[in-house]
Design a protein around this ligand. Structure first.
Ligand SMILES: [Zn+2]
Length: 463
């Protein structure tokens, strides 16, 4: 175990110290989802400035770009020969809230303790910002000739939907970030399961369809109940939605993920898990054989379009039966699924009477795995962890990949970090969790992996 920053090799120490600086900046995202509402977040400007100073200290120019006050993005570029199109390294600078009363150490102090660097953003994903910036500096210092430009983007506002960050950047400054490939969120971390070490690499993410479903009924006085009121129709429909799993559509990414996991299991369990991609039996396996609620929900969300009811609106007087009642639904669609097909599935549950109004949409993203970069990621991982099994991974949330996909960029979730297989700690517990932290040796390992991935893929001499 590496206990102190001073015990790290110089490159890793510089990276860890930059990460520590970034962790001390409160970049908590408090954006309202509607960009016209008042926004109280502004930490990204300071974080972007720290990165700009780091680049300037090492002779690399960078540019701060913001379309919304305080919501700053930073872009830096190392020029290559232009023989091949650029490679982009992306990290969001914002973080989610941290409830300090639930943490063992202060979340914005950048404390080093027990071999870890602690703080909100340690794995999601200021580590990638620090590693990527450090990689650019290492390439420059070592004078590595490049056949591709290597671009770094540190972006604002990912945690609230990317509107003021990567989406804005892709729309307003596409030429500054256009690349053939992007490496970013979510993946590259070690995941220890069944005594094996897997490395999920995001190759796909779900789409978003946010909608309102409204029911109408005859209004009236609360003293005379109406069994067919709008509120009761809505309640019945939601009860049904809560009990229904939408149809399964196993995608290629999920097949790769499930098959890879299944190979790591003892034969009988592996065979059962492998059947999760067979729609006829997947529901039974989930309900009767996956005992852990969290795991069941995670698998279920990868296999179907999903619809979570989130905001309810009904009457506003206790003695008046309202004529309308509505629910906001967070819908997520699998790669290959259209909005229309999803709404049809939802209609079958909520009934003909529901009026749908979609108010936000984003398409799913999928990146093929038969590319030289995807193969290279697996090779470098295995070079530094011979037990590594790379797993293509579908994330059910959204990431900056959506913004770059609009420019034709192929994105992989790859922000490498290694967790000690014997420590009871995982990326998924750290991600938005209390006591977020990164092992110092795991960060140093990630920097080496990322440096080799980039220098070999973008370098003029190799691959
Ligand atoms: Zn993140």
């Amino acid at each position: 175990m590496i206990a102190e920053l001073a015990d790290l090799e110089p490159d890793a120490r510089r990276c860890a110290s930059l990460l520590q600086d970034l962790l001390r900046v409160r970049t908590v995202n408090r954006s309202p989802l509607d960009p016209s509402e008042k926004d109280e977040s502004d930490g990204e400007r300071e974080a972007a400035q720290r990165l700009a100073d780091f680049f300037a200290d090492h002779g690399i120019e960078s540019e701060l770009l913001e379309g919304f006050p305080g919501r700053t993005n930073i872009v830096a570029r190392l020029k290559g020969s232009g023989e091949l199109p650029p490679l982009l390294l992306n990290a969001h600078l914002d973080v989610v809230e941290a409830d300090e009363t639930q943490w063992r150490v202060p979340p914005f102090e950048g404390r080093v303790q027990d071999g870890y660097l602690w703080g909100r953003g340690a794995v999601d994903m200021k580590n990638m910002a620090a590693m990527s910036a450090a990689v650019l500096v290492m390439l420059k210092e070592r004078g590595v000739p490049l056949k591709r430009d290597v671009i770094f983007a540190g972006v604002a506002d990912e945690e609230a939907g990317c509107v003021r960050g990567s989406l804005w950047l892709a729309k307003e400054h596409p030429d500054k970030i256009r690349a053939e490939y992007m490496l970013g969120e979510v993946g590259g971390f070690s995941l220890n399961l069944f005594g094996k070490t897997f490395y999920p690499i995001q190759v796909a993410e779900k789409g978003t369809v946010w909608l309102r479903a409204t029911y109408t009924g005859e209004p009236g006085h609360g003293s005379m109940p109406k069994p067919n009121s709008a509120v009761l129709k809505l309640a019945k429909a939601l009860t049904k939605l809560g009990k229904t799993r939408l149809p399964m559509h196993p995608t290629e990414a999920v097949r790769g993920f499930v098959d890879g996991l299944a190979k790591g299991l003892p034969p009988i369990q592996g065979k059962v898990l492998g059947r999760l991609t067979t729609p006829q039996v997947a529901g039974l396996i989930l309900d009767y054989l996956v005992k852990d609620d969290g795991q069941r929900n995670a698998f279920a969300a990868m296999l179907s379009n999903t619809a979570s009811p989130t905001i309810l609106h009904g009457g506003n007087k206790v003695n008046v039966i309202p004529g309308r009642a509505s629910v906001a639904i967070d819908g997520r669609t699998l790669p290959g699924q259209t909005e229309a097909a999803f709404l049809q599935e939802l209609r079958a549950v909520l009934g003909e009477e529901a009026q749908f109004e979609v108010f936000h949409r984003a398409d799913p993203v999928i990146t093929p795995t038969d590319t030289p970069l995807f193969a290279h990621l697996g090779n470098v991982l295995r070079r530094h962890d011979p037990t590594a099994t790379p797993l293509p991974y579908l994330t059910v949330g959204f990431t900056d990949a959506k913004a770059y996909a609009a420019l034709g960029t192929k994105s992989y979730g790859f922000s490498p970090v290694r967790f000690d297989p014997t420590a009871d700690l995982s990326f998924s517990r750290m991600y938005h969790g209390h006591d977020e932290r990164i092992p110092l040796d795991g960060l140093a390992w990630g920097l080496t992996v990322l440096y080799e991935v980039v220098s070999e893929f973008a370098g003029a001499k190799t691959l």
